[in-house]
Unconditional design. Sequence first.
Length: 143
Amino acid sequence: MKINVINQQDLREIDTKIIKDIAKKLLLNEVGEGNFELNILITDDKNISEYNKYRGKSSPTDVLSFSYGLNEPVIGDIVISVESIEKQAPDFGNSFEEEFYYILIHGLLHIVSYDHENSEEDAKKMFDVQDQYFHQLIKDRRR
């Protein structure tokens, strides 16, 4: 398993080691060890808006996940906007770092086939799992 983190922004300092650690732990738990790659691009609102056009939307968002299949050499690409995360973190009572990692976990879950847009049942399952990983990997580690 290889996790590639590309930081294309200079608005916030990002610890790529923590990103890789979270991604590896979640992927090992969800799909096991494998000979695959995952790309994570850290960017700003302007750049994520360009990627969001592939979804037919022209506005920024916090995270986009492009899943290519768990049997592919590259299982997916995740694009995260630090600007969007910075704006929304206070709404959820999170620090920037907490919100960033929460959104990273969200993107990773999409890569491993979780979805929240098909049904309320799927949404509940995904957000429950997201919350569990967040507490296990982030919140509880900081206490």
